[in-house]
Each structure stands twice: as structure tokens, then as C-alpha cells.
Design a protein around this ligand. Structure first.
Ligand code: PAF
Length: 286
């Protein structure tokens, strides 16, 4: 596995592969890799001749009150995992390589609407940080396909819209959430949780599943279901940000006319932010 922290070297190296007619897959990450990330790498290896993974803890997507300095950094372990998952090239730029000048003076790409909903309400500026780094990586790597985990479903929709609106010729693929045996969605932030906290965190998925079961039975009392679930999450000791039943294409609040649903939740345990979701199609009754 080759690696570089340098943009020119990345470009030179990838040009050789592109000129040789190889297809390229990209998996953008912030490191501290787990099975969820590795499933993206493996999928990329299956469908592309050459797989590039980026590890960059992007300061632009953290707001001042968030965990940028304490975000887990585990580069040596990450490299070993990437090697065994089949990654061909690792791009690990420094913040200076990506943002040589003041962060605030850097051009930003903003996807309106979707970026201000749900997580965007609590994390102002977060999604414009994400779209700015993702578009930069897409320009640098110019991949045929880029892979994202569906745990960050809102991020996935936003990136998809950005590439469509800006005519970027990369297919955006979202892959299913990978969970531990207790149902907790894998996340780099889980490493900061104690055993007791992990136990509490599992309530998020339990409540999501309960709501999903109700929706599958066409119990469309959305507000009642959201309130019940919010209470359960609160009683388990989590600080809820939101628990929302939405249309999975628009992220607007669900209506009985919808058939594509997503139930999404975000909550804190201490300073650790957890997000999770379940998507489902409930056909209209005849
Ligand atoms: O999902 C993440 O890990 C990040 O938001 C991403 C897509 C790598 C951009 O920094």
C-alpha cells in the first residue's frame, strides 16, 4: 500500500493508474477505522481496479464547542487494517496541505436546505465543512465511485445532491450500517464510551426498531411515536438531540402519503454524539 501526505504526489501517482485505464474507488474517512469503514474499502476493492482511502480529521466540519482535539487518532492501527482490507493507496494530508491559508478564508461549498435540517440545526457549519472537504477530495482523486456509510444518512444525501448539482462525474454509493452484536451502530466515537455507557447507547437502536415496527404495521401516528421514543431514550440516560420520522428522500417530516421512511436519532452520552437510523419502505395499502 502506497501512501502520501502530499497533493502533488497523490495526483502524479493516480495519473499513472488512470492513464493505464484503471477504475478508481475512493473511501473518505477521518481515521480510527472500524468494520464499517473496512466494509466500504472492501466494496471499493470489489468494484474498482484501484482503491484510495483518505484519512483526514477535517477541522472545517467541527464547530468550536466540538471534539476536534480529542477525536481519536490511531494511524498505525488504521494502516494495518487498510492493508488487510486491500487498500491500494492512503492519502493522509496535514491540515496545512488541505487548508494552506486561514480556514475561514477558504472557499466553501454549501448545499442549501438539507444542510440545515436535523444534525445541521445542532451543528451549524458542520455540513458545509463536510461538502467542502468531500468536493476537494473528489477533485483530487477523481474517482469513478466514492463510498459513504449510511449511518451518516444526511451526509450521504447532501453529498449526493452536491455531486448531482455540480455535475461531478463520480457515482456516490452508500453502504449499510455495520452494528456490534448488541445492535450499536459502529462509530469511531464509540471508543470513548465506557461499558456502562455502551449499554445505555444501545437504547437508541432499540427505540428506532420499535418505531420501525410500528411504521411497518402502518401505525402512522408520527408525533406520538417520536414522543414515546424520545422518552425512552431520555430514561436510558441519554441526552436526546432529535428523534424524527422523515421521508427518506427529502428528510422532511413524514406524512401518511409517504411510503419511503427513515427514522433518525441523535443523542449525546456526556460529550459523545451518537447518530443512527433505520430506513424502510411501507407500501401504500390498497
Ligand atoms: O463521514 C466522515 O467520516 C466525514 O464526514 C468525511 C466524509 C470523511 C468528511 O470528512
Amino acid at each position: 500500500m502506497n501512501s502520501t501526505d502530499n497533493i502533488d504526489q497523490l495526483r502524479k501517482s493516480l495519473k499513472l493508474h488512470r492513464d493505464a485505464g484503471k477504475t478508481i474507488g475512493l473511501v473518505p474517512t477521518m481515521g480510527n477505522l472500524h468494520e464499517g469503514h473496512l466494509s466500504l474499502v472492501q466494496e471499493s476493492c470489489k468494484h474498482n481496479d484501484y482503491t484510495v482511502v483518505s484519512i483526514f480529521i477535517n477541522p472545517m466540519q467541527f464547530n468550536p464547542s466540538e471534539d476536534l482535539t480529542t477525536y481519536p487518532r490511531t494511524l498505525d492501527e488504521d494502516k494495518e487494517k487498510l492493508l488487510s482490507a486491500g487498500c491500494d493507496f492512503l492519502f493522509i494530508p496535514t491540515a496545512h496541505e488541505i487548508y494552506p491559508e486561514e480556514l475561514n478564508s477558504h472557499t466553501k461549498v454549501i448545499v442549501p436546505g438539507l444542510s440545515l435540517m436535523l444534525c445541521g440545526k445542532t451543528r451549524p457549519g458542520h455540513f458545509e465543512g463536510v461538502t467542502t472537504i468531500v468536493i476537494k477530495l473528489l477533485h483530487l482523486v477523481n474517482p469513478d465511485i466514492a463510498y459513504f456509510g449510511l449511518k451518516d444518512y444526511q451526509q450521504y444525501l447532501i453529498v449526493k445532491k452536491m455531486t448531482k448539482d455540480l455535475e461531478i462525474d463520480t457515482q456516490i454509493v452508500g453502504l449499510e450500517i455495520v452494528r456490534d452484536t448488541g445492535g450499536l451502530a459502529l462509530s469511531s466515537r464509540n471508543n470513548s464510551l465506557s461499558e456502562i455507557e455502551i449499554d445505555k447507547a444501545r437504547q437508541l437502536y432499540r427505540s428506532l426498531r420499535k418505531v420501525a415496527r410500528a411504521l411497518n404495521q402502518r401505525e402512522f401516528k408520527f408525533s406520538k411515536l417520536e414522543k414515546q421514543a424520545s422518552r425512552e431514550v431520555h430514561e436510558a440516560g441519554l441526552i436526546l438531540d432529535y428523534f424524527a420520522i422523515c421521508n427518506s428522500e427529502t428528510l422532511e417530516p413524514a406524512t401518511p402519503k409517504d411510503s419511503n421512511f427513515i427514522v433518525l436519532a441523535a443523542a449525546y452520552i456526556g460529550t459523545v454524539r451518537l447518530i443512527d437510523n433505520i430506513r424502510m419502505v411501507v407500501p401504500h395499502s390498497k
